[in-house]
Design a binder for this molecule. Sequence first.
Ligand code: 6LW
Length: 536
Amino acid sequence: MINNPILPGFYPDPSICRVEDDFYIVTSSFSFFPGVPIFHSTDLVHWEQIGNVLDRTSQLALNPGYISGGIYAPTIRYHNGTFYMITTNVSHGGNFIVTAKNPEGPWSEPHWVESAEGIDPSLFWDDDGKVYYTGTTGNGYKTPMIWISELDLNEFKLVGEKKNIWGGALVNCASPESPHMYKKDGWYYLMISEGGTEFYHAVTVSRSKNIFGPYEGCPGNPILTHRHLGMYYPICNVGHADLVQLKDGSWYMVMLGSRIYGGYHKNMGRESFIAPVTWENEWPVVSPGTGRVEWTYPAPALPQTPETAVPKRDNFDKDILDYQWNFLGTPVNDVYKLEDSKLKLRTNTKQICPEDSTDVWRTFAPVEALSFVGRRQQHMSYIVKACMTFTPVLPKESAGLIILQNLYHSIRVEMLMENCKRVLRVIKGYVQLDTYLCHNYTDKAEYHQEMCNQVEWDSESVIFVLKAENQNNSFYAIDNSGKQHIIAENIDGSFLGSEVSGGFIGAYIGMFASGNPSDAEKYAEFDWFEYEGFNL
Ligand code: 6LW
């Protein structure tokens, strides 16, 4: 069976392509580095991350920036032996294409597509060999549209007419975006999303006999949405879709969606789902019979992909980090080292969380070279354990674990010195604003840090235990004798949902070190990190 989400955790804006028996999906990555994770499957059930498309700082500049900036929606396509990934770096440079002969990489340096406005670029090869670029009109348009232009792939330049071709199914619809073009039985199909990437998200489709239009909307639009199911349907936000045809002629759609838990809370942000598609009257029908993204579907008869789950424990005994690990912002000044089978994070850098402040843009938490290495939260309940050795001395020097939705919405457990005593403490950092259904980007608000509890600790080593049972988070410390001590229990984590924090991210669980950039070089050392998920 196919089990949704096929890519659990913060893997939004999926794009899919098939090459013979192999399927590939890429997703957005915003201000996390490396960027644009790429997954492989042969059966649409089991997906293995085979790399990150943007894994060099020359491909991915993120600093300075903010956490929901950086890399927006990508598209992956394959043509005549070459893989193409096109996306937008909204913080630095705009729309660009990278190419590769192997999807695992290496991928090329960016080919910037000058004068290509907007976000959500996609590529389409027509039968006559011409290549087209579709995207969204930039800001400032009273009625945003989807536009198309021919693209010269030798020069990576737009050529010929650039034409606005469709504004979506609903009159004056919000945010027509994520366009993808397909050709079937002589029709050009333009599939987009509208309604915004949150609660009102929807997929709509139009078609034309001429690629430059005019396009007529499907009478069944929206062909997919969960907005009419109410705020407590367990899968919400579905949209931002891409279609793929199997060798046997059948079709599937990947799309983003969010799983709510503990109320209307989406801590994992937007994840990747899949659903079957059929065609009726030359229009696509998504998840025929229910019209909703279901938790499971019968798997298509395809060669099985070997199950390759990410190992529960990472002992950091290799000279590179495994694919699931991300930095926040472009890692500069070697904020980390992998040596002696340890991950070492430099403390003499910035504070992982800002000081209390009264004037923050919730979703625009700035990212710079933070001493942070994290992985996505992929389950509603999970246990994380990490073994750390650290000798804090100076004020503001600390290290530990953090559940991070963004730099203004987090819960961290850390070791530090206070009044000449080593302590372990749990701190909530949050901006008190309850917004549902959409992001109020321009909200300015107060950032607070709230001490949940702290305990004295007499050793430089500790095994942190973070236990999340739905929205209930508890923090423990295991000492050298193996005895487990309570630090803080039953902390409500629902404020870590993206509907509260705003922005486009999903929660990360990571290791961090904080200090003062002017301090002498010093590292917090992590021997191992374990993540085990449960969907209670
Ligand atoms: C993405 C746009 C969207 O570029 O949100 O899901 C933006 N919809 O299509 C960021 O994910």
